[in-house]
Design a protein around this ligand. Structure first.
Ligand code: C2E
Ligand code: MG
Ligand code: MG
Length: 442
């Protein structure tokens, strides 16, 4: 029998317009008026002196963990318990349920004096665990406050109050006023994420810069690291330190790394044709190595581009092991087996348990630039660098030090027997064309 999509019998007569209108303005779990009703009711309110209070029950991530562990019915009860705590303080009629995890109400006129007291009461009401089906649940609420006169558009006011609630999680007092600078930062992050797909699709504004890596024994160029650049059409140059971590929180990191691999292979091919073959490194993100078949795709792309795997290197940070360590390790193992170099980037900048160093399939340890900054200046820095280099060599890694900016640091690392270094002292990141000229001039 062919597969068929099941249509339940209960799918009876369609709702009338009036029924839809009523249903559309209530939250079905709490039966409170919802966001649409809030926006409607708000049209009649005098905004002067009115204060919007947004209470968010928990961060979405935490809520989803409870949902996965205890199910939908439990979470519906959890939401209703939160509603009841708020209704105890506010009385009936004031509260709106504006999104799955958020409740809102408005304080008007002179009532603003009551604000601190009421907000403290809410904070206290949620400090103790909530009892949901006899399971104690610890919530981490956010409380955002926003003077409504600042916003002409009610939907926009709700969004802005939500960002204030988000900010409040980092405040000791547990609540936060709307802050336009913080809101601008949220909006900028969103804007970057919204514009990135288009930049990727048309390769618009994106480019790679290449920074040479130098062998310290003889000063020869041993490779170049590809570093992503984005010149946004309106916002100007955006640092990868800003947009890569944003992309890493979304599915965009897959296509972004694909784009980098394509460009890096293109440059590796050009260098080979020019008679200056060079190993090119790219930075991979944790999510990339959790993708099934990342290794196979990378190897086949190398083959299509006519690049030997030995001419390609993957840099990754220790954070990579946090997601799916088994799959990550297996992919690295296969890539390395096929000849691709693997480098541990920014070593020493995180707080990882070092035992992974004994099992990780890697060739190179790139020591974070923060260790170079202190050389000859900060007590203990020389000693620490010496010990890290010794440890790395004892574990059979080649050592590369990042962020070398002075002749003194260069000399110190060379005397120490470091294998390789990268930094402004030798060369800044440059375009692929500039790299060709730079190599030719050496
Ligand atoms: P990273 O991989 O550790 O790259 C080294 C960073 O240090 C680069 O910054 C480089 O320009 C900078 N640098 C190099 N030498 C010196 C020096 O002597 N002094 C100082 N102060 N800085 C130096 P950049 O290009 O801004 O990249 C920042 C980070 O963004 C990278 O750190 C990497 O984690 C990430 N990133 C860059 N491109 C990509 C990419 O294509 N994919 C991914 N996933 N991450 C990338
Ligand atoms: Mg790197
Ligand atoms: Mg680094």
């Amino acid at each position: 029998m062919p597969a068929k999509i099941w249509t339940p019998r209960s799918r009876g007569e369609p709702l009338t317009a009036a029924e839809l209108e009523t249903l559309g303005r209530r939250d079905h779990v709490t039966l409170l008026p919802n966001r649409l009703q809030f926006i409607d009711d708000f049209a009649d309110l005098d905004r002067g002196g009115a204060l919007l209070v947004m209470v968010t029950m928990a961060e979405a991530k935490h809520y989803n963990e409870v949902l996965r562990a205890l199910g939908h019915a439990f979470c519906d009860d959890l939401v209703r318990v939160c509603r009841d705590r708020l209704l105890d303080l506010l009385g009936d009629g004031a509260l709106f349920h504006v999104s799955v995890l958020s409740f809102a109400f408005v304080i008007t006129g002179a009532a603003t004096d009551r604000t601190p007291h009421l907000i403290e009461q809410i904070g206290r009401a949620f400090a103790a665990p909530l009892d949901v089906q006899e399971v104690p649940i610890k919530t981490h609420i956010g409380i955002g406050l926003l003077p409504l006169a600042k916003f002409g558009d009610t939907a926009e006011a709700l969004r802005a109050a939500l960002t204030a609630g988000h900010d409040s999680r980092r405040r000791p007092e547990g609540w936060a006023w709307y802050d336009h600078r913080s809101d601008e930062a949220h909006q900028r992050a969103f804007r970057l994420l919204a514009d990135l797909p288009d930049a990727l699709r048309h390769s618009r504004g994106l480019s790679l810069a290449f920074q040479p890596r130098i062998g310290l024994a003889d000063g020869a160029v041993v490779g170049a690291e590809a570093l992503l650049r984005w010149n946004h059409p309106e916002l100007g140059p955006i640092s990868p330190g800003e947009f890569v971590p944003l992309a890493e929180q979304t599915a965009l990191i897959g296509p972004l790394t694909d784009w980098v691999i394509g460009k890096a292979l293109e440059t590796a091919g050009d260098l080979k044709r020019d008679g200056t073959p060079l190993r090119v490194s790219i930075n991979a993100s944790p999510a990339n190595l959790s993708e099934p078949e990342f290794d196979a795709r990378l190897l086949s792309r190398c083959a299509v581009a006519g690049i030997q795997p030995e001419q390609f290197e993957l840099e990754f940070t220790e954070g990579m092991l946090a997601g799916n360590p088994e799959r990550t390790m297996a992919q690295l193992e296969r890539l390395r087996g096929a000849g691709i170099e693997v480098a541990i980037d920014d070593f020493g900048s995180g707080f990882a348990n070092l035992s992974y160093l004994t099992t990780i399939p890697a060739d190179v340890l790139k020591i974070d630039q923060s260790f170079v900054r202190g050389l000859g200046v900060q007590r203990g820095s020389d000693f620490l660098m010496r010990q890290i280099v010794e440890m790395a060599r004892g574990l059979d890694f080649r050592v590369c030090v990042e962020g070398v900016e002075t002749a003194e640091a260069y000399g110190f690392l060379k005397d120490l027997g470091c294998d390789e270094a990268q930094g402004y002292y030798m060369a800044r990141p440059m375009s692929a064309d500039a790299l060709t000229d730079w190599l030719a001039a050496r």
